[in-house]
Design a protein around this ligand. Sequence first.
Ligand SMILES: Cc1cc2nc3c(=O)[nH]c(=O)nc-3n(C[C@H](O)[C@H](O)[C@H](O)COP(=O)(O)OP(=O)(O)OC[C@H]3O[C@@H](n4cnc5c(N)ncnc54)[C@H](O)[C@@H]3O)c2cc1C
Ligand code: FES
Ligand code: FES
Length: 1253
Amino acid sequence: MERKLVFAVNGERFELAKVDPSTTLLEFLRTRTRFTGPKLGCGEGGCGACVVLLSTYDPVSDQVKEFSVSSCLTLLCSINFCSVITSEGLGNTKDGFHPIHQRFAGFHASQCGFCTPGMCMSLFSALVNADKTSRSEPPCGFSKITKFEAEKAIAGNLCRCTGYRPIADVCKSFAADVDLEDLGLNTFWKKEAKDANVGRLPCHDQGKICTFPEFLKFEIKSSVDILDNSKNTGLPESQWYRPSSIRELYELLNSDSFSKSRVKLVVGNTGSGVYKENDLYDKYIDLKGISELSVIRRDSEGISFGAAVTISRAIEVLKERKESEPHSNKRLVFNKIAEHMDKVASPFIRNMASLGGNLIMAQRSQFASDVATILLAAGSTVCLQMASERLVLSLESFLERPPCDDRTILVSVHIPSWSSAMESSSGIDGCIVSEPTREANILFRTYRAAPRPLGNAVAYLNSAFLAHVTSDKISRDLIILNLHLAFGAYGTEHAIRARKVEKFLVGKVMTASVLLEAIKLLKETIIPMKGTPHSRYRSSLAVAFLFKFFQPLVKDLIVPEKNGPVDSSGVAGITDYPNGDINECADILSHRVSHSEQLNNPNVILSSKQLVEFSNDYHPVGEPIKKAGVEIQASGEAIYVDDISSPKDCLFGAFVYSTTPLARIKGITFNSTLASQKVIAYISINDIPKEGKNIGGSNIFGTEPLFADSLTVCAGQPLGIVVAETQRHANMAARQANVQYSTENLEPPILSIEEAVRRSSFFYVPPVFYPQKVGDLSKGMAEAEHKILSAEVKLGSQYYFYMETQTALAIPDEDNCIVVYSSSQCPETAQGVIAKCLGIPDHNVRVITRRVGGAFGGKAVRAIPVATACALAAFKLHRPVRMYLDRKTDMIMTGGRHPMKINYSVGFRSDGKITALHVDIFINAGITEDISPIMPHNIIGALKKYNWGAFSFDAKVCKTNLPTKSSMRAPGEVQGSFIAEAVIEHVSSFLSMDATSVRKKNLHTHDSLILFYEGCTGDAPEYTLPAIVDEVASSARYLDRLEIIRHFNICNKWRKRGISLMPLVYRVALRPTPGKVSILSDGSIVVEVGGVEIGQGLWTKVKQMTAYALGQLSVDGTKNLLDKVRVIQADTLSMVQGGWTAGSTTSESSCEAVRLSCNILVSRLMSLKQSLEEKMGRVSWDTLISQANMQAVNLSASTYWVPDSSSVVYLNYGSALSEVEVDILTGGTTILRTDLIYDCGQSLNPAVDLGQV
Ligand SMILES: Cc1cc2nc3c(=O)[nH]c(=O)nc-3n(C[C@H](O)[C@H](O)[C@H](O)COP(=O)(O)OP(=O)(O)OC[C@H]3O[C@@H](n4cnc5c(N)ncnc54)[C@H](O)[C@@H]3O)c2cc1C
Ligand code: FES
Ligand code: FES
């Protein structure tokens, strides 16, 4: 019987006869359904943009199970008889939005919106599962979720634009234990009115969404007999096999057709998020059908998990309390393993990821697994099936074997029970002192350090330690009886036991000198493999974790750790336990360890307070209204470039880029693989029309080539694009490109600033971008009492991490024209470049940008090569072509922030007043200019925030063989401010003065401000910075806290706190901007601006301004004009001279252009309004417009606003104060509190602006 793949998406039935088995659920949803909610952000399970709810149904128990998954890794064939819910399935424009969508909107928790549907689904999954628990019913309107769970619901979902506070507020708003008044600014209640109550929130109605449609239940029930009787419930037509036993599995593997094929065994397929697949497979075998692999057995010996059990399920089981294990000591190991597993990946990965898959990756591919390390310390064993042989091994032996082949199956893993009876009940091979019956306390702790404490960050090092400790009845000394020390992920082939250290410690009394000796031995053991990044840090972490574990046991090492000067709840001395009683000893040990963990706990609930001043003077401008279109962003209906349906015959492109910084290209071939068979065309420099040019970018400083010619000048430079029938095939095929390089007779590439300086490789900086020096440096230096000469600061690069990578869709049109949808901050420039590349006039090229899924400067110049390459392929092939860069390509090709090296000399007096500063700045610009020549201007602009007395500098923009660096969020200003603060800190530490007093001493007076920022300072009252700095200091109680911190640092050896307050000056420069307002015959209004909606709230502010400006007509109905305004996408043929969306000025200049356009309309309509009012009394907006239409009034007006010289540049001021704690042992940092004041004049929309914080 032919088997079909049957499943439901948002309640709709899908039945597929034949599917490419490598198709992911995300690919299917995005290319074969109308649903656009699940987005592609990384394709690696690492961002959460693609999260959907997956539900399964068990016909026997009649139970539905719901869980979140990353659809980018879930294989479509694996969801047979499952139900999928996307964000549109919760609610949408047609059926009404879901309370989750409405709360995201009302709490201002979505900016570009690209992450929002995935966030909604993670939250929905958490609510559904919390509401299913047996907890008591929450008050009406709340879920059973706790605020702690709610905040963690979105762990692993990345958002690049919105501060996480509003998102966390949305999640917590569902928890009954939250104080609603603590939640941030929202549209549901006025903060100052103190009338927060759940009744004002869109009502949470559990069970409203049907997660599993009845028809699918019915189909499952009716097919259950057929399925039970069949040997293999896979989808053979689709080359997807699902054996139900190990025997069936080997029958398949040993069959002829399998031995000649590329076969992949899968469970959750999340491994493909870690190791990208470069080629296709012929056949897939789903191991989840093998019941033995899903069995969980728990008895007095321990817990056995079938290898296909997911990490989430394992956590549930490990946390379960069993009547047979009343003593908490017995559950300690299981609980700690569960706690650690909770930090592995994210909920939506753990729900799919199997324990077995993880251990196989650790064994076979050197994966930096947490699971392997913690199970190793717990003395676990594994059961392997190798053809007909079955083997039970310790996990340690398994990891030490040569990598297992793809015919070896991991059947199960067993975690033994551990108790105070010292030995594990399964008698595992720990180092044991020779008194096995002695009573002991068990200690088990796990540790991990990663770039982020929660969610999707592989550890630098992980470890887990298990010890049995007893006390000598007479001396009360603590003795280690049994010890397992496991370490992993530090650049090792697999997790290891530190056997030498174990052997040394067992039987010893824990003293400081014993611990020191153990540390020495450990340092000899934990040696990362050559080439491991941060290897010294990783080795030191191993020592730190060992120290953390043993410190509470070492009596001569007890150092009180206190929270503050009056907090005496720190740990007691080790001899404090009365009478040497062993159980009390256990409690004290446990208290000590967990107390210090609690203090370092990254899981504390976030809280915040906002003070915003509103004004109704320009209603509705300045009001905190919710963002335009935010509900459709949340429901996933908002259309980004990749959401536009592919036109007929659409093809997909992927870049082939250079992997060598400087080389001649001798040729390009493709490996003969399944993936390369998918190539339809390869487009390169040879395909540029003869009327066109090899151009892929442009700005005021010049142009850059689209493709390398015979010479590639940086790794990451595009060489051409592979075109295929699907994006996945194009991406895979591009990875099969084999480029032959030659470096013969070429100089070595320039890869560093030092080399660029040595070879004088610099870009020209036009004098207009080279700011003026201030004062006389030698005079300033002569006035100094102290000097620091030639200090150095270095700054690295930074990647944009917009959630939507670079993307474009090009559609050839009639008469040599082309329409290009581009995710771009400057469609106008893209239009010009595409036209030049194709050799056609600008008016043949229409570039359209509706919204952008995050930009941060990376979609200005760097978006243009993508749009141009796409247009070129479409032009050449006469077919639509789209490109959506995979994350790796995007990261390699898009250069990011400029790395820099700075040398400075500074002179200062003993009171901290700086008298002279000279800086030499070297900026690594990469291979082409891009906007780099403006960098000196921006860096110096920010550096001048202090009065340095005399100030001089030299700035060089270095040309190197690295990918071009480009504008990135406050390009140069960030670095300039950093340099200024580095100088201040240096001077303060030289003088042993508090840095804040040095900062204050060097803040500008209005007079010095004028000297440093000539022409843009405004009058003295406008210089608010000193007042802002004082206000932050007093409202945040800077001096009190400084004192508390001093005390804290004296009391605490391994944790230190610091507090810092700093000012900011930002020079705003406005650009000419167009705007157009048209009133349609029904009174609705359409607005066009040059700027692009990139998440910053441009459309919302423009709508507010339109409503305000047309509201001047004061006819009935103008109060509600806001709802009549629609701002539409940027279109280069409809609105010319659109310019760039950049520099944090687009909203205000677009609003001004729109205000002026509205004024034109108001003046055209005013006389008509007056004459109508004379005839008929009050007129309504609709009447006015219909009359205007009849009288042929021109109802469309446009302006090109050019800022006048008095307001073209001005200064913005702000100040922030942060208190940070550093864990001295691990280097981990926690921001404890930040206070921030920003003087933005009158915000056009404070809610939108606050969302950035
Ligand atoms: C974004 C992300 C973050 C992550 N973070 C962490 C982390 O912090 N810590 C950590 O420890 N792990 C982490 N992981 C790894 C994750 O735990 C593993 O990917 C997962 O457990 C693999 O299970 P799977 O069922 O998806 O395996 P699959 O992807 O289905 O399979 C992985 C490999 O194992 C083979 N295989 C699977 N099961 C068996 C079996 N029973 N017998 C033989 N071969 C088998 C498959 O053929 C394949 O080669 C992360 C993964 C992702 C994607
Ligand atoms: S997690 Fe799937 S796209 Fe990022
Ligand atoms: S709003 Fe979250 S990524 Fe833009």
